[in-house]
Every structure is written in structure tokens, then in C-alpha cells.
Design a protein around this ligand. Sequence first.
Ligand SMILES: [Zn+2]
Length: 407
Amino acid sequence: MINISKTKALGFVDEFGRFTDMKTTLHNTLSKAVMEVASGSTDFNTAMRRTVETLGGSGIRVNYGGGITRRLDSAVRQNILWGAKQASNEYNEMIGEELGCDGIEIDWHSNPRPSHEFMQGKQYSLSGKKTVNGVTYESADRALAALEDYGCLHIKTPIILGVSEPRFSEEELAELNRQNSEPITINGVTKSGYEWKQGMRRLESAVREQETIKATAKASGNNILADECDERIKAFKNKYNEISKATGIAKQPDRMSPSKPQNVLTNNTNGIIMKKNKGLELSRYVNSSDRLYEYARNITPLDGYEDQVIHGDKYGFEIRDLDGKTASVYTPREFAEILRRDPNYHGGNIRLISCYAGAEDGNAAQALANQLGVDVLAPNDVVIVYPDGSMKIGYDGKGKWILYRKR
Ligand SMILES: [Zn+2]
């Protein structure tokens, strides 16, 4: 399922600089992880952690040939993300064939690699250049080839040409692309958004590395080295925060955690996993195997609100089990009680990312606002969360956020 043919000369360099070919081991371990993530039996972070541990810990580097080596956890992260994306695209393809789709639409995300910008948000024909209802669609060939580039996380969705409304109008795309292409200067250094984003990825990796060294140093009683690591981590994080603030690129603190068991609270009776994301104003009451769980982490926080992500309808909320079936149902009063005991909820106003919670003919959001004595912002229709964290309310995009004040 996973294509790692583009990673040349796979193997590990041990602490003595010896290179060991472990292509088969790596391939098998990664395939297993990709399968688990794609089938939903494991969440991304767990699969990633397990894979890194299986392969021998996070201090190892993967040799890509040509003098390029990368930390094992970075390589594993990229491989699993890419493999899962491919699986998702294959699944979409199958659905598309069943529905008789003759085109694809590529998603849009901020700061893509420059060579992929051309296809962002565009619709393409699968049978060569074609005009339908006066609109000309280019052939999908070039986009399909770009999607195969290693590490590409663009998603293609099957569409019916002339019927499926594009998610973005030409004007919206032009504006979004303009924002992407604007160079950003920080402390006299000017780079594109993509370059700054890559810089943030490198800093995340550097923090992980220092955290690993620090853990080893501490275990061996070398407090001087541990303190030095702390200093470096602080410096890296300052730089990281500075870039995020200047560019608006979302921070991903999870990526800084070294690959060892993280702070995960597991409630095995119903399969909920609540992640302790300190500093990240987001609580997800969704199963870790739910795609929403992954996507929600990309949601841009809204000033003055704490996000709560949970499935629901206009009268209440529900938590689903690993198969996506309803495991427990909560009234707004019960959910308020859960939130009061949630250490990640700080008692502020809530943006409730829950389908229909703000529907005018229901009471979920209003009741939650009354129970907690805070304001609740909620969608009046289904809320669709995209992989990049952007949201749409209503299948036609015409729904809206409604503010329910405590009464
Ligand atoms: Zn891409």
C-alpha cells in the first residue's frame, strides 16, 4: 500500500556511523502503521509512536542517500501521513467510479510547495481537456502526477463536471493565492510562506531532538547537559512562536513531543481519547479513530473562544465508538457537567463545533450556554471540517455561526 520507492537507500546509521540496510523492516513496519491509520483502528499519533519504538527509538536517523539523513521520527511521520493520504485518495477514486464522476477537485491549503500551487482548489477533467456548459476544464494529468510527489498531502475529491460546484470561486482562489505568495519579513529576513512553514517543521524536529537528548541526560544524571537542552529548547520555541505570529501559520505543539508515551487520557469504557494539549484551546470529544479527530487539530483558534469538538444534533451530543456507532448520548446538561470536570476547559466562552448545535429550532447551544454561564457560538446546520481545519456550515455552505448568550 505504501510507496517508499522514492526514499533511496533506506537504512539506519547507528551511533558509530555504520549503515545498516533495513529497507524490509522499515517497509513492513510502515505499511502496518499506514493500514492501521487508514482503516481507523489506530490514531495517527499512536501509530507513529509505536512505529518509532518498533524501529528502535527516536535517536536513529534514516539515510536517504546523497548525504541526506533525517531523524527517524520525522521520516516515519512523513511516511505515515503520505501513505494514509494515498489510501484516502484511492478510496475516493473508488467512490468516484461508483458515482460515475468524470473529474476531480484538489483541495486548497496555505503555503503549499511552490510546484503544487497551480492545482490548488481547481477542478480537472479525467478524460482530457473538456468543455461542459461553457466551462473549460483542463486535463487532470498534470495534477495527478503532482499528487504522486513524495510527501504531498493534497487530497483529490471526485466530482461531476458541470454539476459539482467548485469549493472556491476564481476570485476567491486568486485572493487566497495572492496571500500565499506574499513574502513575509521577520527581523530583516524575507522568505515565502512555504519557506517559513518548512522552517517551522525544522524547528519542531530540533525541539524533538533536544527533548530526547534531555531525557537521556536526565536519566544518566547529567543535569548540566539537561539544562543546556532546556536553553536550546527555549530558544527554538521562541523562534518558532515568532514565525507563527508573524506568518499566521498554525503552531503544532504535538510535533515537538519526542516519541515516547505522551499525556493521553484514555477512557476505555467508551473509547474516548482526550488529549492534553496545554496551551492549545481545543478539546475534542471525538474518537481518535475518527477523521474529525485529526482534522480538528488544524482548526484555527478563534480569539475569545475555546473550541469544543463533539458529534451531536440540535438537542444534544454523542460520543461514538471505534466503529462510528453511537456509544453514549449526552444532554446539554450532562455535557456541561463533563466540561466542568475537563482540565482542558478553562471556563471561557465556547465555539461549539458540533452539527446543528446552533439550529434555531433546537436547544443544544442555548442550553449549554445557560448551564455553563458562558456564551456559545454554534453552527445552525451541519459543520464540515476539512483536513486543513477549515470549516463549512451546511452542505451548500450557506449555514452560519450563531451566538447564544447565557440566560
Ligand atoms: Zn501537494
